[in-house]
Design a protein around this ligand. Structure first.
Ligand code: RB5
Length: 153
């Protein structure tokens, strides 16, 4: 599985650990930065990873910022991206089983290393259940289309 990884300064320390966990679990990774502790804007780093995902240049992506909230807002604006902010192995499993997560989001300032590693392993290993959960995801796509149309008047 090819996975693009991007973070801001708040996610940087955890990104290295996440990369190690991905590689250990057989993934090919593309590290899209940031690479220094200098303060940066998380949308600038989400951009390339989201672009790779929607253009099929990778299978899934991992985004990290301080809380994971800013990256979540970015990711879930983009049609086709199912960004899931995970806090533990339970939320990671459910993000895959019920939400078909293709974008794992982590908060570098709120997660310890062992929990983050667990999350990555479970998120990689867990499958999507489909069925009623696919129908719900289809409804989200319908909602986006409907509200986008309405917002144009
Ligand atoms: C950066 O200070 C911080 O705001 C960012 O990493 C993230 O937590 C935003 O949601």
């Amino acid at each position: 599985m090819k996975i693009a990884v991007a973070c801001d300064h708040g996610g940087l320390p955890l990104k290295e650990l996440v990369k190690d966990a991905l590689i250990k679990n057989g993934c090919e990774i593309a590290d899209l930065g940031t690479r220094t502790g200098e303060s940066v804007d998380y949308p600038d780093f989400a951009r390339e990873a989201l672009s790779m995902l929607v253009h099929g240049k990778c299978d899934r992506i991992v985004l990290l910022c301080g809380t994971g909230i800013g990256m979540s807002i970015c990711a879930n604006r983009i049609p086709g991206v199912r960004g899931t902010l995970c806090h533990d192995s339970y939320t990671a499993a459910m993000a895959r089983r019920h939400n078909d997560s293709n974008c794992l989001i982590l908060g570098g300032r709120v997660l310890g290393p062992a929990i983050a590693q667990d999350i990555v392993e479970v998120w990689l290993a867990t499958g999507f259940e489909g069925g009623r959960h696919q129908a719900r995801l289809d409804k989200i796509d319908g909602l986006c289309t409907e509200l986008k149309y309405q917002s144009r008047g």
